[in-house]
Write a protein that binds this ligand. Sequence first.
Ligand code: PGA
Length: 260
Amino acid sequence: MKTIVANWKMNVGLRGAVALARGTLLSVRGKKVLPEIVLCPPFVALSDVHKVVARSRAVLGAQDVCFKEEGSYTGEISVRMLSEVGVTHVIVGHSERRSHMQEDDATIAKKIKTVLEASMTPILCVGEKEPDDVEQAHTELQAQLRGALEGLVLPGRGRLLVAYEPVWAIGTGVSATPAHVIDRHRFIREVLADIDRSFANCPVLYGGSVTKENAYAFLREDQIDGVLVGGASVKLGEFIEIIQAAVDIMEGSLEAGKNV
Ligand code: PGA
C-alpha cells in the first residue's frame, strides 16, 4: 500500500480546501486500486472537508494538535476536537513547526502519545538540515526519532507513519534523489526497530519538493511507502497526477502478483 499525504499548510482557506477535496475525490472515482489518501486542510476547514471525504476512500488529517487533552490552552486544538470532526491522521513535528514555533522533541513526544492514545494515526516528520553530511544527518534523525518515540510502544491496532522530510528539500524545488531517500529510510527503519519492535514495520514516506514529475520515481521504490506533498498538493491537476502515479505502480504490483 502506498500513502499520499496532502499538506495544504496555510495555503488554502475554507473554499479552496473544499474545492481541492472535491476535485481530488472526483478524480479517483471508480478506480479499483487506490493509495491511502490523507487530506490535511487547515483547522478551520476540517469540518467542511470532512463532509466531502465522508464515505469516500480518502481520510482527513490535521496539520498539528495540542499536546494536552483539554484545559486552559488558549488557541489550541485537542485530539478529541479533531476526532469529533472526523480526523484520523495528525501530522506531528513538521519542520516548519520545529523552526517557526520552536517545537522541541519533548513536545513532539507528548503529541505523539496523545494522538496514539486517541486511537488516531500520527504522521511523525523527521529530517536533517543539510544534505551532504551523512553522519550529521544520522545524528539528527536518530535524535528526532528517539526524542519522539522512546518509551512508547505502538498499541495493538495502532499505526504510526514516519515522513522523512529533509529540511533542505522542503519548499525549495530541490528534492532528494530516490537513492538518497532509500538510504535514509534504511537508517530510519533501523532506529525505529531499535526503539521498539512495535515500530519496526511502520510505513516510511518521503516529503520535500515532490512534484508530478518526480513522484513516480519515489513511489516505484518498494522502500518508499508513500509521499507527503506540500506545494504540489494545492495544485489540483498536479496532485491528481501524483495520485495516478501511485495507482499505476500499485496496479503494476498487483499484475506482478505482489501484495499492495
Ligand atoms: P513541499 O512541502 O512539498 O512544498 O516541499 C512538503 C512538506 O512541507 O511537507
